[in-house]
Design a protein around this ligand. Structure first.
Ligand SMILES: [Zn+2]
Ligand SMILES: [Zn+2]
Ligand SMILES: [Zn+2]
Ligand SMILES: [Zn+2]
Length: 404
């Protein structure tokens, strides 16, 4: 039994530890020595391919064994059909065009691409697991890159709610509502009524007020329970979503794996809340891409900014579109300070499973083009801070060509 809270540096390499496990017939999940491959050999991935006298051979990386133990195996010995298919798919997409195997294997650039691709897949799977262990919401997160060799982003920490930065204080709400049924029999207009605002949702949790109007949800002081129809954003992401690599130079993107109904809550835009002065300073340090993660909270006045560059949730990966399917709303739940709304993204139209999710990074522009401009109670003007000109690649018919 391992002693608790005690760790020592290990002087052996992973390969040596695996050897020890094998010799002692010990299983270790972290080292990849499992019951399955302790007795028999398990293919981790295939890293090369050749044809000798009409027969196909594959160079196998064995799970739990070092690279030096890789061995050529005839096709008939291999039962890993998925990995074989993967190898041929990867080869078809390898940079430099299609390759033909010689009697000694593939050209080095092709075999090294296969190994990089296999290692990338493992890194993305580990990151996917990490994201799913970190999320507090119901919706699962998948990760996929069938486009290039980019691995998980460095310098990104998944968070589920705002991280409060220096000089920022959230005041917890002091009062809640006393309704017997917040939707049907709201006492004094329920929580939104307390600030003369409208009840935001229908019985299915779809937003029914126009963008620009604030959403006041029920809070921890309210008498109602967790099934109250005025608790939507606080329940978090419920759809299964996928972070994927886009094929046209827009980096990562997010698509939904499930159908989303119009006006449904999809996700919150979270990050670190900082003062606008701090945002100004960081904006000068960030490159132009980094600057697009700064989202000014200018519902009433421009005092705070959400910085999702290094701390964020899945919204960090959602791309801009000039014709988006998500719309921003300002939401107040446990904190009623109007300078610190939460930013929630709702579907503007029905979204099919597999469709990419987008929102408009530059609401100022779109409101200017919208006849609502001037009517909007400030809410529509929330947008990431503009700095420099970034060309837009959203591909929408009504594309404005520049993000800022
Ligand atoms: Zn109520
Ligand atoms: Zn309430
Ligand atoms: Zn309620
Ligand atoms: Zn565009």
């Amino acid at each position: 039994r391992a002693p608790r809270r005690c760790s020592v540096c290990c002087k052996s390499t992973w390969a040596q530890l695996r050897e020890i496990c094998r010799a002692e017939r010990l299983r270790c999940a972290a080292l990849g020595v499992t019951r399955r491959n302790l007795g028999e050999f398990e293919v981790e991935y295939l890293c090369d391919y050749k044809r000798v006298g009409g027969e196909e051979f594959y160079l196998v990386k064995w799970r739990g064994y070092p690279d030096s133990a890789n061995s050529w195996e005839p096709r008939k010995n291999l039962r890993c059909r998925g990995l074989l298919k993967q190898l041929h798919q990867d080869l078809a997409r390898a940079p430099g065009g299609p390759v033909r195997p010689g009697p000694r294997g593939l050209p080095p650039r092709a075999s090294s691409y296969l190994v990089q691709k296999a290692e990338q897949r493992q890194a993305l799977r580990r990151w996917e697991q990490h994201l799913n262990n970190t999320r507090s919401h119901r919706g699962r997160i998948a990760v996929e890159n069938e486009v290039d060799l980019h691995g998980p982003p460095r310098d990104f920490v998944y968070i589920n709610e705002y991280k409060v930065g220096a000089g920022v204080q959230l005041t917890p709400v002091a009062v809640g509502c006393e309704c017997s049924d917040c939707l049907a029999e709201a006492a004094g207009g329920c929580c939104p009524g307390a600030s003369h605002n409208k009840f935001a949702y229908n019985e299915a949790g779809q937003v029914r007020i126009r963008a620009g109007l604030p959403i006041y949800e029920c809070n921890s002081r309210c008498r109602c329970g967790s099934d109250c129809p005025n608790r939507v954003v606080q329940k978090g992401i419920r759809y299964d979503l996928c972070i994927f690599r886009t094929g046209n130079g827009r980096g990562w993107g997010v698509r939904t794996l499930e159908r989303i109904r119009k006006n449904s809550f999809v996700m919150e835009y979270v990050g670190e809340i900082i003062t606008s002065e701090e945002a100004e300073r960081r904006g000068q340090v960030y490159d132009r891409q980094g600057a697009t993660y700064l989202f000014d909270l200018d519902y009433v006045e421009d005092v705070y900014t959400v910085d999702a560059a290094h701390y964020g949730n899945i919204s960090h990966f959602v791309n801009h579109s000039c014709d988006p399917n998500l719309q921003v709303y300002n939401v107040f739940i446990e904190n009623l300070d109007e300078r610190l709304p939460r930013i929630a993204l709702f579907a503007t139209r029905p979204i099919r499973a597999g469709e990419e999710l987008t929102f408009d990074y530059n609401m100022h522009e779109s409101t200017r083009m919208d006849s609502n401009f001037g009517l909007a109670g400030g809410g529509l003007s929330s947008s990431p801070r503009s700095r420099g000109r970034i060309e837009c690649k959203c591909g929408a018919a009504a594309c404005r060509k520049y993000l800022f």
